[in-house]
Design a protein around this ligand. Sequence first.
Ligand SMILES: Cc1ncc(COP(=O)(O)O)c(C=O)c1O
Ligand SMILES: [Zn+2]
Length: 409
Amino acid sequence: MSTFLIGLSCRECGASYPADARSVCEACFGPLEAQYDLDGVRRAMTAQSVAAGPPSLWRYAPLLPASFEHRVDLGDGFTPLTRAERLGAELGLRALYLKDETRNPTHSFKDRVVSVALTRARELGFDTVACASTGNLAHAVAAHAAAAGLRAVILVPAGLEEGKLAATAAYGATLIEVDGTYDDANRLSSEVADESGWGFVNVSLRPYYVEGSKTIAFETAEQLGWRLPDHVVVPVASGALLTRVARGFGELAEVGLVEPRPVTVSGAQAAGCGPVAEAFARGDEEIHPVRCPETIVRSLAIGDPADGVYALREVRASGGSMVGVSDDDVIEAVALLARTEGVFTETAGGVTVAALARLVERGAIDPDETVVAYVTGMGLKTLEAFAGRFVPAARISPKVQAVAEVVPW
Ligand SMILES: Cc1ncc(COP(=O)(O)O)c(C=O)c1O
Ligand SMILES: [Zn+2]
């Protein structure tokens, strides 16, 4: 169950580096990515060996960039893939599945990236971990750092949802609000990373961090009976999740765990901060950063996405689309998902479901395709966004007649 990581390499020029705390190529400033001995993985990793692993993302340890023995695992990942018959019927899809990431230990898919990044941070000898976050990463880093006995320092843009702030501070992390946007907090974190020597999970440890995302693709394939879906819909902030979902499907085919077949990858953003969706609509290869995000979808409000260009390329190459949806559509989609499937998602999940509905309307998804929508976070974390929308039907005195007046029988 050990890792087959052999080093890092530059996505742009291919230069090789040792697997230490670095994320940018010295020659061309391209992003560095984990490289594996895939022949070794092919021999070590079978459907049986995976099934014998733990019920967490660590069942895929040979394709993770940190070792199973040192894992920081709160039971991350291995979330249910549920057949969404009632939502599918509403939307006109006959084989729709939801990957329910609300079930993660801190209720978002960010537990995946943090479990991997903190495992690597411990292996590399860091005693302090840090991040810039739109909220969910903060919560996940704080919880995993607490469990691993690491100090955590977390930078967030001021004004995030109360639930995410409280949940982060509760674990004893030092939570710092930064006046400005996520991009301001992120820029600051790059500067602090250079000076402090802390392990910034989404800066200096980024090549390891992003690898956690691909486990959502591994699980999708395993839970479909080691088969790839036809079309997936992925919410996009930095673009890391979307690009690693695609990479994850590709790696499974390379190591022989699934039959290779094309998977169409579509991305979803809020229109009020949708730089990748805007570039897609313009037919552009470049991303124009959004300086002032205006959306209730705080978790996806990254104006200058690190992996935006790669996400855009991935979507185009796979024949998918990038969709930007309005805040009103997000809230309606949250309500639709809750009342059809019993899953209460945060705003980011509303973006995904609203984008899915749009893709079906446009005919971009065939009704018989096997479609997977990634519901990446939990609704209790963004209650402010739903203020006035999900409320009691009435307040009554404790009398039978009063109930009958609200709901006649
Ligand atoms: C709930 C949720 N979904 C999706 C994303 C998008 O992730 P990425 O930054 O990898 O694109 C985020 C990022 O913060 C998130 O919090
Ligand atoms: Zn390079």
